[in-house]
Design a protein around this ligand. Structure first.
Ligand code: B12
Length: 217
């Protein structure tokens, strides 16, 4: 096994352990070795959080362990963010993003934001636990081409529907593409609630959005 493969294994393990210092050190080492930020994310960091979720489900991990693992992942994101989101270019479009009411998961949402910014979009992040009317006001204020709603719980994905209804009632539905996403969301669920788009990950979101808006890569 070469150092890069070994590093991915180590990064996976220390993320599960929630060792933020080691996660940051390995992320920096990976970059110094010439590894790509997206490979560090998709081949170690994200799979590690998936495993943390499985350990939680199995009753081996509890909320505190999930929290430290998430904190460790954030450490890596702090290092990777500037590399993924180049700034300075004129925005190609505007995107409003938030995690729906009742839900505080934000790592997936933040990753989407970073990738959107990297693709040249101006992103207005409404944060977590965002009520319907805050989405509506943000659309009114920023006039984005698209709005994204993130949810990670089966108990919070039903919030997509009242949010879409509120956007509709405000007369803004025809102006924006509505994207939904988050771990329990599927294309079928997206279709069933009348959202415009779903993407399983940040890269797919950027790809889909650029295609729909007719923006070349
Ligand atoms: C870390 C974590 C936490 C952290 C969150 C910290 C934070 N700042 O986000 C903490 C500890 C706070 C937490 C709390 C809870 N959690 Co939690 N959590 C997780 C965990 C382990 C990882 C989530 C994550 O960040 N993954 C990493 C990112 C990168 O995930 P990703 O899916 O690859 O992200 C991509 C896509 O989803 C997509 N995407 C995301 N958003 C959007 C939006 C749009 C518009 C689009 C198009 C795409 C898109 O793009 C992303 C980037 O590529 C998951 C396990 C899992 N498998 O998801 C459980 C999990 C989501 N949590 C779970 C639970 C049960 C809870 C709690 C209820 C636990 C409790 N008893 O208190 C609470 C709920 C708190 C609340 N009200 O929100 C369950 C949910 C079960 C369910 N189906 O409902 C899971 C699945 C764990 C499990 N297997 O049981 N959690």
């Amino acid at each position: 096994m070469n150092r890069q493969e070994e590093l991915l294994d180590e990064l996976y393990d220390v993320t599960i352990d929630g060792d933020r210092e080691a996660v940051v050190a390995l992320t920096n080492e990976g970059l110094a070795l010439g590894m790509k930020p997206l490979d560090l994310l998709f081949d170690a960091l994200i799979p590690a959080l998936e495993e943390v979720g499985l350990l939680f489900e199995a009753g081996t991990f509890f909320v505190p362990e999930m929290l430290v693992a998430a904190g460790a992942m954030q450490g890596a994101m702090d290092v990777l963010r500037p590399l993924l989101a180049q700034t300075g270019a004129k925005p190609v479009g505007t995107f409003v993003m938030g995690t729906v009411k009742g839900d505080i998961h934000d790592i997936g949402k933040n990753l989407c934001n970073i990738m959107l910014e990297g693709a040249g979009f101006e992103v207005f992040d409404l944060g977590v636990n965002v009520p319907e009317q805050v989405f509506v006001e943000a659309i009114r204020e920023h006039r984005p081409q698209a709005v994204g709603m993130s949810a990670f719980l089966t108990t919070t994905i039903p919030m997509f529907t009242p949010t879409i209804e509120a956007i509709q009632q405000a007369g803004l539905r025809e102006e924006v593409l509505i994207y939904v996403g988050g771990a329990p969301v599927t294309q079928a669920y997206c279709d069933s609630i009348g959202a415009d788009g779903y993407a399983p990950n940040a890269s797919a979101l950027v790809r889909d959005l650029k295609t729909r808006l007719g923006i070349g890569s």
